[in-house]
Design a protein around this ligand. Structure first.
Ligand SMILES: [Zn+2]
Length: 661
């Protein structure tokens, strides 16, 4: 999801309210750092991270490791989905049927399973912590079956199902043993919400259909079932699977979805098919459907009874969403992604943009170009894009910018900078959390923070030197100084307000990744970042897997860094305290005035232009030391001393980092 930076009002998106939440973590005081080594001067190199019994247990069971790589006994669940739906754009009603096969790859016997009904956020009396202006009806289930047996709503512990908000619990007729598969069948109806609904919906012309089918909740090796409610603010945790999807719409309505279209001959006209085909090779943008083409028989084929059924196949995805409109234009091209399938040859992916003609005013005619650059950039920067297409869709305003596998829904008005920014941000999410499937609800930084950082890298490349990192840093530091900060290791639905969530999810993690790059050097940072993505491709990493991978690849114990920036709200204030001559030397006293632990990057400039760089490691502060004296030769005369002149670290007061003042 895209976060609009704070400008005056209380942070972003239309008055999001989190006040109803209890047990918020604002304003906690930081405990002292606990060195793990004996507290003799200069000996401590490590600090304790808060105990994680569940992760330790996963290590002892061999599903995780201390190096950050998945363990030899790592497992995750898998689901095969066969879904069909018909949408009536007049009544806005969707009728769906689904047959799921859930494969229990865990070592555990499951007497019950959990299914997400995320659309129930629109049910009457639903709990939510964001504005949901439309609260009329949730998912109307007309059939639930498991293991071939029809199920009814039941009391707890009786065979049957119970729906609690967005989570459905199914007590199975027979327990599901390790290695067994579970057939589940559902029939349902739901109504597509109007503009104003979070992350999708319809505005009468464009329909973005999200969270529209019963979806297995995640059962993982660290925490078991993750059945946190969808309340609107915090995002999602989804398992991987394959999907066969059949979508029935009126003829003349273009449909785009997660996955490959498997029946183009049935639904696309010969003209459209030829243009799509040419776009797979074209160096430029192909206008597949123009204003003049938008009709049944020209853009689409003609259907029977005025309807067409579009079939899609999506492999190894965590969700499927789709969009449709009779008004869409369709631009297409292709992007070079490197060797995505491991056969040693370069691969390409299809790039699409679907938008209404009036959205040219918001630069949607540039969308395919922006998407192509983003996919190509992230494929180089992180790892090759693995999916068959990337498609940007103009949707209802309240989409803002929202990511789905292979898809993004973008709503509202944009200038060129803004449209590139939101497009590249959502495309960045194809890596985190779509291909690297973290728990966005409990650890928003693993998805939004990494993506906000990635967005800065692609913006720098596209706009040649545009400093988005500085914008993130200003957003973080401004909020940190206000005193309302909450640590990153905090459930996304338990921040006291959207400002604290936005900083912890987006701007602070993006900023401290820049700082980590400053600590490790760009090459080591990039290597560790890519290693994390590659190790956890199509898997479920936890924060410790991220931390441990960086420790492993860099060969350093970075626990002081993780503790400072992820578990605490300590700020950084490194200063040049005094500078004095002592014989042939100049004694520079650097001081750590706040609680954050960081290296000191000291740059000494001399008359004649000689520049010396001195790096003092961050671990020197671990024993509680606040000052460190650094001696440098007095001659040639020192004209300037500065800490961190490249501003890699988010220091709250740069003025005390320069000598002479
Ligand atoms: Zn995002």
């Amino acid at each position: 999801m895209h976060s609009r930076a704070p400008k005056g009002r209380s942070f972003l998106a239309g008055g999001m309210i989190l006040a109803a939440l209890s047990g918020c973590g604002g304003g906690r005081t930081a405990p002292p750092v606990t060195p793990t080594a004996p507290a003799t001067a200069g000996s401590a190199t490590s600090v304790e991270l808060p105990a994680t019994e569940t992760f330790d247990r996963a290590i002892s069971r061999g599903t995780r490791t201390k190096t950050g790589a998945p363990g030899p006994r790592y497992w995750q669940q898998w689901t095969e989905y066969r879904l069909q739906a018909e949408l009536n754009p007049i009544s806005k009603r969707l009728t769906g049927q689904g047959s799921l096969t859930y494969h229990n790859r865990s070592p555990d016997t499951l007497a019950e399973v959990y299914v997400q009904l995320l659309h129930n956020i629109f049910a009457p009396n639903a709990r939510h912590n964001t504005d949901v202006p439309w609260s009329v009806e949730g998912v109307e289930l007309s059939r639930v079956a498991a293991q071939g047996q029809e199920l009814k709503p039941s009391e707890k512990d009786a065979v049957g199902y119970q729906v609690d908000g967005t989570i459905m619990r199914i007590r199975l007729p027979r327990p599901l043993a390790p290695g067994e598969s579970l057939p589940l069948d559902f029939s349902w109806k739901l109504r597509i919400p109007p503009d104003g609904a979070p992350r999708g919906g319809q505005d009468g012309e464009a329909f973005y259909i999200n969270y529209w089918y019963p979806q297995m909740a995640v059962y993982d090796d660290v925490n078991g079932w993750q059945i946190d409610q969808y309340l609107g603010n915090a995002e999602f945790y989804m398992g991987y699977g394959n999907y066969d999807v059949a979508l029935t719409l009126p003829e003349g309505w273009l449909v785009t979805a997660t996955g490959r279209l498997t029946n183009p001959n049935d639904v696309l006209s010969p003209q459209t098919r030829a243009r799509v085909d040419s776009a797979t090779r074209a160096p430029g943008i192909v206008h597949v459907v123009t204003e003049a083409d938008r009709s049944a028989g020209t853009s689409t084929t003609r259907g029977s009874n005025g309807k067409l059924t579009w079939r899609f196949r999506a492999d190894t995805v965590r969700d499927v969403s789709w969009a449709t409109s009779a008004k869409y234009l369709w631009d297409a091209t292709n992007a070079a992604v490197g060797d995505a399938n491991g056969d040693g040859k370069p691969d390409t992916t299809a790039i699409n943009a679907f938008y209404r003609p009036e959205l040219r005013a918001s630069h949607w005619d540039q969308s395919a170009r922006y998407s192509r650059h983003s996919v190509e950039f992230f494929s180089r920067f992180i790892m090759p894009y693995k999916y068959p297409h990337m498609t940007a869709v103009d949707g209802p305003t309240s989409c803002g910018g929202m990511e789905y596998p292979m898809m993004t829904c973008i709503g509202g008005q944009w200038d060129t900078l803004g449209l590139y920014e939101v497009t590249t941000h959502e495309i960045g999410h194809m890596w985190f959390p779509m291909m690297v499937g973290s728990d966005e609800k409990r650890f928003a930084w693993m998805d939004e923070g990494l993506t906000q950082f990635d967005q800065s890298q692609s913006m720098d490349d596209f706009f040649k030197g545009f400093d988005d990192e500085e914008r993130n840093r200003q957003n973080y530091m401004g909020f940190a100084e206000s005193g309302g900060e909450v640590e990153l290791m905090h459930h996304g639905d338990r921040y006291p307000n959207y400002g604290a969530y936005g900083v912890a999810a987006y701007y602070k993690p993006a900023t401290i990744l820049v700082a980590l790059r400053g600590v490790l050097g760009r090459d080591t940072f990039n290597k560790a970042y890519r290693e994390y993505a590659t190790r956890w491709l199509f898997k479920h990493p936890s924060p410790l897997d991220f931390f441990n991978t960086f420790n492993d690849v860099s060969g350093q114990d970075l626990s002081w860094f993780w503790r400072t920036w992820f578990y605490e709200t300590w700020t950084l204030d490194e200063a040049i305290d005094t500078v004095a001559t002592a014989g042939d030397s100049l004694e520079i006293v650097v001081q750590n005035r706040e609680r954050a632990l960081m290296p000191v990057k000291l740059v000494v400039t001399r008359s004649g232009g000689q520049v010396d760089s001195l790096d003092v490691p961050g671990t020197i502060w671990l024993n509680g030391e606040r000052r460190r004296t650094i001696r440098v030769p007095r001659e040639p005369a020192v004209t300037r001393i500065e800490i961190d002149p490249e501003r890699e670290f988010p220091d709250i007061d740069h003025s005390n980092q320069v000598w002479p003042r």
